[in-house]
Design a protein around this ligand. Sequence first.
Ligand SMILES: [Zn+2]
Length: 454
Amino acid sequence: MGGSITGEYDGFAYEHESPDNYEYVVDDDEEGFPSFRLLQDEDELVEGDEEEKVFPSTSEKKPKQLKQGNLLDMWGIKTPQHSSPSPSLPPPRKKTRTGNNSEQEIGKSKPSKTCPFYKKIPGTPFSVDAFRYGSIQGCSAYFLTHFHSDHYGGLTKGWSHGRIYCSPLTARLLTLCLSVDPRFIRPLEFNVEYVIHGVCVTFLDANHCPGAVLIHFRLIDGQTHLHTGDFRACKAMQTHPLLANQRVHVLYLDTTYCNPKYKFPSKEDVLSYVVRITENYLKKHPNTLVVVGAYSIGKECVYLAISEALGVKIYANARRRRILHSFGWPELSGCLCAHGTDTFLHVLPMSSLRFESLKDYLKGYANQYKAVLAFRPTGWTYSEQLGNQLDLIRPSSKGNITIYGVPYSEHSSFTELQEFVKFLKPDKIIPTVNAGKPANRDRMQSYFREMRKS
Ligand SMILES: [Zn+2]
């Protein structure tokens, strides 16, 4: 297992993680379709945090998008600030085994795989979303685009390999959920230019999960690199002063849905659809518990939309409530309640959206509700036949449990990727998702060539 491949890819020299780091898995929640999944350190995942892109299924609908405030407002141009990171860092933590928590205490020193080339920014001492490789040679600044486990994997409270740069919201989650030592965390504000090791660095809103950033690097030699992390491209991005009419030399692109078959409806359309279905269902079956599946973070807009439209509170367990309160979104915090009996709108981990689990869950509220209407918002629920016609969605039902897969995506559809690439016209594009196999990379590069031409 492991190893690396070196070579040249679209004119870009690289050293790449071996395809051995990928495996085919069959997720029994996805009707047995084989999935292409990046091997993860499962014990480092936050419970219920499954990034949608690691569980692709050809059988379901689109994912949903998050609401992260008004991008245009967020992108109000601020006076650039220049600051350098404080030179003082805590000394590297000694690896000491302390009884039962030894794995956590020592910062999980699993055998290091080679950091893939697309996680390093050439000409800088920077890496992006590369925490599972331990200390990376020559890297003195570790960037984290967002708080999803396949990006922060490797980060524990024992992290001591270097300073972590991320958004303030992600920084709060690092301490809240992973107990990362705050002395290693350096939150950077959105749309403010920082100078780090001589490189100008700016975070832009990624339109993905709360706190997710695109990272814009302007190197000392004038080269610009844009790393998208995970993102859903949108029109508002085309107005950002760092992107509009600006040259980008290298684009590190979230290629989760880089296939022409993925033409999602907009987030807004999916949210209206979810609200409509809920209202109609409740008219026919008033004693229904409405359940929305969600990752640790992500999909907030789905239950917020129902909450706002129907004027009901949202129940989530204590752990999720702590996370949601940490966002600092008053409109979300104000809707949360601590008792499941106080509202018919509940949020559960995506993994609980199964007939048997929901049937058991309903038993806990047998005095109040007779049925469950559940929404499973993931991009992989999208099918080509569906297109933009949400009304063609058919739920799965078993007894008094009804589950709708709804195509709400926090990643760009193919059409959105196309528009983004056409707008940005980067010199080079490096795919960062599903890029482990040469055949996949070649196919994506051919799409990119078409996009640039059009
Ligand atoms: Zn993500």
